[in-house]
Design a protein around this ligand. Sequence first.
Ligand SMILES: C[S@@+](CC[C@H](N)C(=O)[O-])C[C@H]1O[C@@H](n2cnc3c(N)ncnc32)[C@H](O)[C@@H]1O
Length: 190
Amino acid sequence: VDPIGNRRLQIFRTLTARFPAGRLLDLSAGHGRFSQTAADAGWRVTAVDARGDRFPDDHRVDWVVGDVRDVQVQGYDLIACLGLFYHLTLEDQLSLLARCAGTALVLDTHVDNGRPTQPLSGPVELGEYRGRLFGEELQYSTAAWGNEQSFWPDLESFQRMLASAGYGVVLECAPWYVSDRTFWLALPSA
Ligand SMILES: C[S@@+](CC[C@H](N)C(=O)[O-])C[C@H]1O[C@@H](n2cnc3c(N)ncnc32)[C@H](O)[C@@H]1O
């Protein structure tokens, strides 16, 4: 039993159940359990990951090996971005949010909130955003794809990044399931 994994699945099921089951894009699906959970609830799921090695053999889901930096994100009712955001550079985070704009987003990420669960750099300021850098260990199947450093925005910067992409309402799930990480439901402004 993995209590954190089970809690994450519970949050994901609860958030996605607020929407009529439609087309869901799971960015960085990895082991595929979130995709399968959505398929269980009747969603038509496209699951993308740069590494396909952990995709399960489940024909209900359309499994795609690809980089989220290139993938087509239009045409979905809901986009899941779970365990991915904190593996991207700031530039790629902003580009991804801009491409997802207009579609509801379930996002699960670490942020730089002063209660780190991983070793991080000292504070950095990149353009108008503040946070810290995370050094990637690219040999792991859960790591970034290509970039040796990722950006963990502080909470205020993270909220501003979402707002800049047109996510006018952002619900934060509490309690946070680890000290620096939770789920957010980001909804485009009406
Ligand atoms: C921490 S795992 C998260 C897996 C799953 N979504 C979850 O939340 O449990 C990160 C995943 O992101 C994938 N990934 C990292 N950078 C990526 C990129 N640029 N494009 C596609 N997948 C990427 C990795 O291959 C890995 O499977």
